[in-house]
Ligand binder design. Structure first.
Ligand code: PMP
Length: 290
């Protein structure tokens, strides 16, 4: 039996200030966001009934809206409280939260500075995607032809829907070629990130990761940097060229959904999850209360 579509589930969604039945959380086709990508969102993970780094996610949603030129009509405290309300209403102990904010349907011209801004928050239960053993074997990646854009091409620090056009194209192409995910370079040809996660390389016991100067500086990325530094591991944020993958012994990607995911293959390069990756995964598990 196929799983029901995301719009066909039981439960409640917080929609413009109140909980409504899941199937009624709809928008009109003449909505600015659908045509021009004027929407921002978050992806949050629930551990033991609580969202990990909730306030940071709520703040990033507001910041993303501002980067797209709109003010979300709720403050961080109100978004945090609404999220908690959604978790309770849907009995989510461990799961995923998806807040979304978007320009409404008052005008369908590109210029719509006065449009209403809508906010909705949905949450659902999730199961861990892989067993620990499968997870430790690592994912297989290939380099995408799609690159992360220059800072004057897109508001890269926003978690904006429109930016996911290339993530979707890169992910679909990688999957069609038999890989799990794509490595995306940036407009200069330097390592950027995966389609939905940041990337770290272990080189001589140090952690190297690209500077987030044209892609999302993930909350998990920032957490991993702190965990590594606390464990006495030196972290180097710098420009990394693809050829340097040959000097990396371990590689992993980080994100809210991926958490810390070892990578075993990128194009012709091979890696295995060694001590550094395992130590950071263990520290992360402790932090989220596993
Ligand atoms: N890059 C992209 C493009 C993403 O979509 C995500 C997931 N939000 C990340 C990086 C990782 O960010 P975070 O750790 O905040 O989930």
């Amino acid at each position: 039996m196929s799983t029901p579509a995301m719009d066909n589930r039981d439960g409640s969604i917080w929609f413009d200030g109140k909980l409504i039945p899941w199937r009624e959380a709809r928008v009109h086709m003449l909505t600015h966001a659908l045509h021009y990508g004027s929407a921002v969102f978050e992806g949050e993970q629930v551990y033991g009934g609580k969202v990990f780094k909730l306030t940071q996610h709520s703040q990033r949603l507001l910041d993303s809206g501002r980067l797209l030129g709109f003010d979300i009509p709720y403050n961080v405290g109100e978004l945090d409280a609404a999220t908690q309300e959604v978790l309770v209403a849907n009995h989510i102990g461990s799961g995923y939260v998806r807040p979304l904010a978007w320009r409404g349907s008052e005008k369908i011209s590109v210029s719509a500075p006065e449009s209403s801004i809508h906010v909705a928050i949905a949450a659902w239960d999730t199961l861990p995607p892989y067993s620990d053993e499968a997870r430790m074997q690592g994912i297989r990646m290939c380099t995408s032809k799609w690159v992360r854009p220059a800072p004057n091409v897109a508001p890269f620090a926003a978690k904006a829907s429109g930016l996911y056009v290339t993530s979707t194209l890169a992910k679909h192409a990688a999957e069609a070629a038999g890989f799990d995910d794509a490595l995306m370079l940036d407009y200069r040809g330097q390592l950027a990130e995966a389609t939905l996660a940041n990337i770290f390389l272990v080189m001589d016991g140090e952690l190297h990761t690209p500077l987030p100067d044209c892609f999302l500086n993930g909350i998990t990325r920032q957490t991993v940097i702190e965990l590594a530094q606390d464990a006495g591991i030196r972290v180097v944020e710098r420009a990394i060229l693809p050829g340097e993958l040959g000097q990396a012994s371990e590689v992993f990607v980080t994100g809210t959904a991926a958490e810390i995911q070892p990578v075993r293959e990128i194009d012709d390069y091979r890696f295995s999850a060694g001590t550094t990756t395992r130590n950071i995964m263990a520290a992360f598990d402790t932090l989220v209360g596993r």
